[in-house]
Design a protein around this ligand. Structure first.
Ligand SMILES: *Cc1c(COP(=O)(O)O)cnc(C)c1O
Length: 379
C-alpha cells in the first residue's frame, strides 16, 4: 500500500463516489437494462483493476477495454465479469482472447474470418459483438442512408462463421453531446441495420449504443445495455451537458515542498515567463508534466490550498511547479494542495483547451493511486 503520508503527489480515488455515480446512471435506465462500465486506458487513469473490482461488486454486467492486453490485466487481477474488447485485435493475438475469455468486437468480415480460423483451430468459440459504423467514421460495418446491401451481406456471412458466437451488436455516436439531429440519424441507421439482420433471422442477445452523452440525454438509445465511461468517473462528456448529481472520483493532491519569500522582479521557472510584480511568497509543488500535469497549463492553472485558489507562476516543469501563496501567509511545507477534483478538473481542462478525459488519462504512473471507500482508505 502506498502511504499517503509519504507521497509527494498522489491521486485519491473515491470508489464510494463511483458507486454513487453508478447508481445515478442506473437510475436513468429501465429495470433490466444492463450496465457496461468502461475501464479502458487504466479506467480513465483511475486504475483498472480496483475500479473493475468495485464495478463487479456493484453488480455491473460487463466491462470494456480498448485492447486484449487491458483485458488480460483485468483477468490477472481476478475480474470475472464479461469483458468486451472495443478495439481491433490482430488475429495473431486471438489466442489471448480465447485464453483470457475476452469478447471481441468485429468490424469487418476479413478479421472475423481470421478470428474464426483461430477459434476453430483451438476447438473453442470466441464471443464477439458486431460493430456498425452509423456515422462515427472509425470502425465497423458502414451503414449509411444509401445502399447497404454489401454491409448486410458481410454481416450475414460473419454470423455464419464457425467458431464465433455473435452475442451483441453496437454502434457509437459521434456527436451525442452536441448534435441531436445527427445522433437521431445514427440511431435510426442502427435500428435499420438491426431490423435488416432480424429479417434474415439474425437476432442477438445485447444491442447497445449509449456512451455517457447518450446515457444522459437519449433515453431511447439505452436498449439492452448502457456503456458509460466519463460519467462513471463523475463528469459530463462536455462542459455544457447537464449531468446532475455526478461526483468526480479522482482528486489529485500534492504536498508543498518549499515556500520561499522572493522579491518583486524575480523571474520564475524556465524561460522566465513569469516575473513577480510584488514581493511574494512562492510555494514549490512537487508535481509537473512528468506526473501528467499538462505543460500547457503554465501560467494558467490555479491550485487549491485550504479554500483559496493559488495561481501557478511560470512554466510547469517536469517534476515541479511554482504557485503564488503570498495571500496565504500560513502556508508551509507539507501543506496539501488540490490540483484536480470537484470544482477543479473541468476548469483545468478548459484552461488547457482540452477535455477532462485527457487530463484523467494522462496522469502518469509516477502518481500513486490511493483508494478510498466511504471516506476510509482501503487496500
Ligand atoms: C470510450 C467509449 C465509450 C465511453 O465513452 P464516454 O464518453 O466516456 O462515456 C463508449 N463506447 C465506446 C465504443 C467507446 O470507445
Amino acid at each position: 500500500m502506498t502511504d499517503r503520508r509519504k507521497a509527494r503527489t498522489w491521486a485519491e480515488i473515491d470508489l464510494g463516489a463511483m458507486a454513487h455515480n453508478y447508481r445515478a446512471l442506473k437510475a436513468l435506465t429501465p429495470a433490466g437494462c444492463g450496465f457496461l462500465g468502461l475501464v479502458k486506458a487504466d479506467a480513465y487513469g483511475h486504475g483498472a483493476v480496483p475500479v473493475a473490482q468495485k464495478l463487479q461488486e456493484l453488480g455491473a454486467d460487463m466491462l470494456a477495454v480498448a485492447c486484449a492486453a487491458e483485458g488480460e490485466e483485468l483477468r490477472r487481477g481476478g475480474i470475472v465479469l464479461p469483458i468486451l474488447c472495443l478495439g481491433q485485435t490482430d488475429p495473431a493475438l486471438a489466442q489471448d482472447l480465447l485464453d483470457w475469455n475476452i469478447t471481441q468486437t468485429v468490424e469487418d468480415l476479413e478479421s472475423a474470418q481470421a478470428l474464426s480460423r483461430v477459434a476453430l483451430a483451438a476447438g473453442k468459440r470466441l464471443r464477439v459483438h458486431l460493430k456498425v459504423d452509423t456515422g462515427m467514421g472509425r470502425l465497423g460495418f458502414l451503414w449509411g442512408d444509401g445502399e447497404n446491401g454489401s454491409a448486410l451481406e458481410k454481416m450475414t456471412a460473419l454470423c455464419a462463421l464457425p467458431g464465433l458466437e455473435v452475442e451483441g451488436m453496437f454502434t457509437h455516436f459521434a456527436a451525442a453531446d452536441e448534435d441531436e439531429t445527427y445522433t437521431a440519424a445514427q440511431l435510426r441507421r442502427f435500428l435499420e441495420a438491426k431490423k435488416a439482420l432480424e429479417d434474415r433471422g439474425l437476432h442477438f442477445a445485447i444491442y447497445h449504443c449509449g456512451a455517457s452523452a447518450a446515457v444522459l440525454h437519449y433515453g431511447q438509445s439505452h436498449m439492452d445495455m448502457i456503456r458509460p465511461g466519463i460519467a462513471l468517473y463523475g463528469f459530463p462528456p462536455a462542459p455544457g451537458i447537464e449531468a446532475p448529481g455526478l461526483i468526480p472520483v479522482m482528486t489529485l493532491k500534492s504536498r508543498v515542498a518549499a515556500v520561499r519569500p522572493m522579491p518583486a522582479g524575480s523571474p520564475i521557472s524556465y524561460g522566465c515567463t513569469a516575473v513577480l510584480e510584488r514581493d511574494s511568497r512562492v510555494a514549490v509543488l512537487p508535481v509537473g508534466y512528468g506526473d501528467g500535469l499538462p505543460r500547457s497549463l503554465s501560467n494558467k492553472l490555479q491550485v487549491q490550498i485550504g479554500d483559496r485558489l493559488c495561481p501557478v507562476l511560470g512554466r510547469i516543469c517536469m517534476d515541479m511547479c511554482m504557485v503564488d501563496v503570498t495571500d496565504l501567509p500560513d502556508v508551509a511545507p507539507g501543506d496539501v494542495a488540490r490540483i484536480y477534483g470537484p470544482g477543479l478538473t473541468q476548469r483545468a481542462a478548459d484552461q488547457a483547451e482540452t477535455i477532462v478525459y485527457e487530463l484523467l488519462c494522462q496522469l502518469s504512473r509516477r502518481v500513486p493511486r490511493i483508494y478510498l471507500d466511504g471516506g476510509r482508505e482501503i487496500r
